[in-house]
Design a protein around this ligand. Structure first.
Ligand SMILES: [Zn+2]
Ligand SMILES: [Zn+2]
Length: 238
């Protein structure tokens, strides 16, 4: 039994949706500028970039999980360990079922943000529906600047006794965001991470990028909007 606990950033966007970095740039950045053991590429409504990253994996010292941030009819849902694209616009229950049918893990990212499935006022909805939705993990820590309040709400409702694992991710849309939010798990491989999520032993953390990352977002916001317009079919909400 391995005792090493690894680090994974489970929420990264590339230029295949509205991120600014290309997949090879992300791979080089993770290798040279972070100590991540595992990353998940989770573009909006496509696994194209994630599959590309996966194909480059053997050139690097970390592992890649094929993921997708799916725009369900009621907000964003992340699927990890996917082999096929899950289409947007389905109900929450059907989206999670499609992820699980592929053997994937369903995570509710930024649950209480504007585009989260529970929304800013969703605390009681969460408590009433968490069971029915039957997702596997809640993104307790999301490092997009200005989501501090939504994270605190997520941490408050997450008590570890709900049969749901905690995960952390950066939601990076720029290179320097990568690794600023992460999940700690037992082991260092993508498979060990899956087991660790299923065993509900993961923890969510953030390593704030501070003013540098916040500044890069401020400087990049027009480019991100442009990228969203360019990939409109993937990036708009249903
Ligand atoms: Zn985005
Ligand atoms: Zn999102």
């Amino acid at each position: 039994m391995t005792e090493k606990w690894g680090k994974a950033d489970l929420h990264i966007h590339s230029n295949h949706s509205d991120g600014l970095a290309k997949i090879p740039e992300i791979m080089e950045y993770v290798q040279n500028q972070t100590d991540l053991d595992v990353i998940a590429i989770t573009d909006h409504n496509t696994i194209e970039g994630a599959l590309f990253a996966k194909s480059l994996e053997e050139l690097y010292d970390f592992e890649v999980i094929v993921g997708e941030e799916i725009s369900s009819a009621s907000g964003h849902i992340i699927g990890l360990y996917l082999t096929e694209h899950v289409r947007p616009g389905l109900s929450v229950i059907d989206t999670i079922a499609e992820i699980n049918d592929q053997g994937g893990i369903a995570i509710i990212p930024h649950p209480f943000s504007q585009r989260g499935i529970f929304g800013p006022l969703g605390q009681s909805t969460f408590l009433n529906t968490a069971n029915e939705f039957a997702f596997q993990a809640l993104e307790v820590c999301n490092s997009i600047p200005h989501l501090g309040w939504a994270n605190r709400m997520a941490a408050k409702v997450f008590n570890g006794g709900q049969g749901i694992a905690a995960t952390g991710g950066s939601d990076a849309h720029v290179l320097r965001g990568i690794g600023t939010g992460f999940t700690r798990f037992r082991g260092t491989s993508a498979q060990a991470l899956k087991k660790s999520i299923e065993a509900l032993e993961t923890t969510a953390e953030s390593a704030p990028g501070g003013i540098g990352v916040a500044l890069q977002y401020t400087k990049s916001i027009r480019k991100i909007r442009k990228q969203q317009a360019w990939n409109w079919e993937r990036c708009h909400d249903r």
